[in-house]
Design a protein around this ligand. Structure first.
Ligand code: S3P
Length: 440
């Protein structure tokens, strides 16, 4: 059942909040915990539907997952030690969970069915199957058009490979590196531009041998040594910058706002949004920058700001890929044109986010258009009319981006469904309301 919600123009936002744990790091902590020997304790795990699907998957494969003293404990089975699950693994809405786990199953002699919800069943899986098939994973699917549901057969005789990423995807990189843990010798992934690096950071933290070589012009080669052993570790998951993005955006467009978002992940491969906002004139300060469990974190003070339109270059896309819908909404409140380039990957997210964002903005009275399938142009006029119903297309970030826009618009904005928000940020409306936002 669809759950519509309306965001009304709000007074100033104020206060201190903490957003829930980073989704990417939460998936990886569960997966590496399952592949480690001993127990991994995860504090601050994101308890949202996507991550719970990964927790259920690793449990179905034989890892023990328990809540204890406010943290989650995973008793791992060692690299290669998981067992065939009794039923299909259902990843719900989660591209990350399904793609990373294909890399894990590849290294085990077992047959597994992967499935997911209607949105996930439309998303391309060939990008992960192609390198994994070269390593030895078997599937009957036509790799070029593969989608879930899919049956795959792994092997304990995987081959190491050198793989040049054809798309800038951390999910593909991570699937190959996780499979590489099981292969004898060295498995290398070459990325054309830096994509999020949590997998390699966490593998090092769990005791794997990883090397990273700079290939110039932003390219990097990441190598994992196979026949690896991972050792259970303690992880504190920092706050998710992709969730914090909505609170930051809401404060920038609500006059008089002054908020602090505590404990936000500041990894440079995730910081493109903050960089772009600063170029637009946003008043954002990092307070108390520190390091937690191999990742940089800090508190962000954000004040309402007059924004100007900017050009966002294509090589920045991987560092802010999930933030484009909310950035495009913010750009509508700026003065002047914002050009967001190199966005082809947005078409294969939980929805076609290029089309969904442009359509939502147009409905709200903003001039926005897509060009050449990878360019989004928004004409900022300093204010937004609103007063529209926005289609969210089973996409949590489209829902949250347009609710955020509604907080700064002249007339209320309704999104047609908020149920998908639970996949990444179940407390979204609660935390926004705590800051002073108005929903009905
Ligand atoms: C993720 C990588 C990104 C991102 C997704 C999470 C990850 O996808 O959009 O939300 O955790 O590795 P791609 O790697 O496919 O771009």
């Amino acid at each position: 059942m669809k759950q519509p919600l309306t965001a009304s123009p709000s007074a100033r936002l104020s206060g201190r909040i903490r957003v829930p744990g980073d989704k990417s790091i939460s998936h990886r902590a569960l997966i590496m915990g399952a592949l480690a020997t001993g127990t991994t304790r995860i504090a601050g795990l994101l308890e949202a539907e996507d991550v719970m699907a990964t927790a259920q998957a690793v449990a179905a494969l034989g890892a023990e997952v328990e809540r204890s003293n406010g943290a989650v404990a995973v008793k791992g089975q060692g690299v290669g030690g998981l067992r065939e699950p009794p039923a299909a693994l259902d990843f719900g809405n989660s591209g990350t969970g399904s793609r990373l786990m294909l890399g894990v199953v590849a290294g085990h002699d077992m047959q597994v069915e992967f499935t997911g919800d209607a949105s996930l069943r439309r998303r391309p899986m060939g990008r992960v199957l192609a390198p994994l098939a070269a390593m030895g994973l078997q599937t009957d699917a036509d790799e070029d058009h593969a989608t879930l549901p899919l049956v795959v057969r792994g092997t304990c005789d995987l081959l190491p490979i050198v793989y040049d990423l054809p798309v800038p995807s951390a999910q593909v990189k991570s699937a190959v590196l996780l499979a590489g843990l099981h292969a004898p010798g060295r498995t290398t992934v070459v990325e054309p531009v830096a994509v999020r690096d949590h997998t390699e950071r966490m593998l090092i933290y769990f005791g794997a041998e990883i090397s990273v070589e700079d290939r110039g012009a932003g390219a990097r080669a990441v190598t994992v040594c196979g026949d690896a052993e991972l050792h259970g570790a303690s992880i504190a998951v920092p706050g998710d910058p992709s969730s914090a993005a909505f609170m930051i955006a809401a404060s920038l467009i609500s006059p008089g706002s002054d908020i602090v978002v505590e404990n936000v992940l500041l990894n440079p491969t995730r910081s493109g949004f903050i960089q772009t906002l600063r170029e637009m004139g946003a008043r954002i300060e990092v307070l108390d920058r520190r390091d937690e469990g191999g990742e940089p974190v800090g508190d962000l003070r954000v004040r309402a700001s007059a924004l100007k339109g900017v050009r966002v270059p294509p090589d920045r896309a991987p560092a802010m890929i999930d933030e484009y819908p909310v950035l495009a909404c913010l750009a509508a409140f700026a003065e002047g044109e914002t050009r967001m380039e190199g966005l082809a990957e947005l078409k294969v997210k939980e929805s076609d986010r290029l089309a969904a964002t442009a359509a939502g903005l147009t409905a709200c009275g903003v001039s926005a258009r897509v060009e050449d399938n990878d360019l989004l142009i928004v004409e900022g006029r300093g204010e937004v009319k609103g007063g529209a119903l926005v289609k969210t297309l089973m996409d949590h970030r489209i829902a949250m981006a347009f609710l955020t826009l509604g907080l700064g618009a002249r007339a209320p904005v309704t999104v047609d469904d908020t149920s998908m928000i639970a996949t990444s940020f179940p407390d979204f409306t609660k935390l926004m309301t705590k800051l002073g936002a108005q929903f009905a």
